[in-house]
Design a protein around this ligand. Structure first.
Ligand SMILES: Nc1ncnc2c1ncn2[C@@H]1O[C@H](COP(=O)(O)OP(=O)(O)O)[C@@H](O)[C@H]1O
Ligand SMILES: [Mg+2]
Length: 367
């Protein structure tokens, strides 16, 4: 089932929780709703489910306006952060629950229920736990059972609100891979809420970046990571260096005057000359030994962290003492033989620039 959200507006008192949100969730895709706490993810999910009403705007399910459709008729499965398994029921009965409470006319026979629950427990790879009670399971197992229970009624949409949020990092990582494989088997249109960037980028077909009740960007993980549409997205998806300066716009591109340096930039074409902030990821910076006349920003290497395959370098600008982070493949770092305290030159390979008003506004929003 496809989901369209059209111009949805939602306020709690004076507080605008969702401001003119429009999104298209394609049939069969797994989409992550990603954003900081309080940005409106849960509210949007509840409106899609029909648990909450929008003040204005529409939710369209499979091409039909769902505004008048009750939650129960929307055929939506839910999994929440805090597992809501029934404590007094076995795992088997928890999964069977949605089938047993169906109206008599739609309820499957007992034999069918047994068969269905068994196959769901196999699907979530916990068929050996059917007789246990929720208190006898680990957190990760409980969330897999919660998912099996949500799937029992064959929902056309699956909504997951930080389903792994309460679990520790290692289990969470296992479960998100598992969820991805499960989705590849079932292809139920799914919306997955998370505030964890890595989780969203690793699991989803599409990512929606939300901030303060609005959609900042909607795209594939590759697109949002490599081509952030806004300063907020840039800052939210990974480490980033900021270069403050003044933008000069010419026919063949822009130049950023920052401190004592002038750097060529790529922009969206909408930037205007004047105060600007450039964004660049640590792995998009080149580093070489400084020599008079070298292009780039003169820096001193303050600290080198060489734990993994990538050297994390902390550099201090000579002109304004700002810190710059650079990530260099360890091989290359070793080969160059850079030492702490040495004077180097940093040159961005890619520099995305935003006008200052926009950048300040959005950064403020992200804190
Ligand atoms: N029922 C409610 N009454 C008042 N404020 C609410 C209610 N639900 C959510 N909010 C507010 O709306 C904002 C968005 O909440 P929510 O959608 O839960 O954010 P998220 O899931 O992204 O953390 C928050 O500031 C929250 O305090
Ligand atoms: Mg939430």
């Amino acid at each position: 089932m496809s989901i369209q959200v059209r111009n949805v507006q939602k306020q709690f008192g004076d507080f605008v929780a969702l401001n003119d949100v429009s999104l298209d969730f394609a049939e069969g895709e797994l989409t992550a709703l990603l954003g900081p706490s309080g940005c409106g993810k849960t509210t949007l999910l509840r409106i899609i489910a029909g648990l909450e009403r929008a003040d204005s705007g529409q939710v369209v399910l499979s091409g039909q306006d769902a505004s008048a459709t009750h939650v129960r008729q929307r055929n939506v499965g839910f999994v929440f952060q805090h597992y809501a398994l029934f404590k007094h029921m076995t795992v088997f009965e928890n999964v069977a629950f949605g089938l047993r409470v169906k109206p008599r006319a739609e309820r499957p026979s007992e034999a069918k229920i047994q068969e269905k629950v068994k196959s769901l427990l196999q699907l979530v790879q916990l068929d050996w736990l059917g007789d246990r009670y929720p208190s006898q399971l680990s957190g990760g197992q409980r969330q897999r059972i919660a998912l099996a229970r949500a799937l029992a009624v064959e929902p056309r949409v699956l909504l997951l609100d930080e389903p792994f949020g309460a679990l520790d990092a290692k289990v969470r990582k296992e479960l998100r891979r598992w969820l991805r494989r499960l989705h590849d088997e079932l292809h139920v249109t799914s919306v997955f809420v998370t505030h964890d960037q890595e989780e969203a980028l690793e699991v989803a077909d599409q990512v929606v970046l939300m901030n303060k009740g609005t959609v900042e960007q909607f795209g594939t993980p590759e697109a949002v990571y490599n081509h952030p549409a806004t300063p907020f997205v840039f800052g939210f998806l990974g480490n980033v260096n900021l270069f403050h300066g003044r933008l000069e716009v010419g026919d063949s591109g822009g130049l950023l005057h920052t401190g004592d340096s002038v750097l060529p930039v790529i922009g969206s074409g909408h930037e205007t000359a004047g105060d600007a902030v450039a964004y660049v990821r640590p792995h998009d910076l080149d580093l070489e030994r400084y020599a008079p006349g070298t292009d780039g920003i003169a820096v001193t290497l303050r600290r080198a962290l060489t734990l993994g395959p990538v050297a994390q370098l902390e550099l201090e600008r000579e002109d304004n003492q700002d810190v710059i982070e650079v990530a260099l493949p360890l091989e290359r770092f070793r080969h160059q033989g850079f030492r702490e305290g040495e004077l180097l030159a940093v040159r961005p390979r890619q520099l995305r620039v935003f006008n200052r008003g926009q950048a300040v506004q959005e950064q403020g929003a992200s804190t």
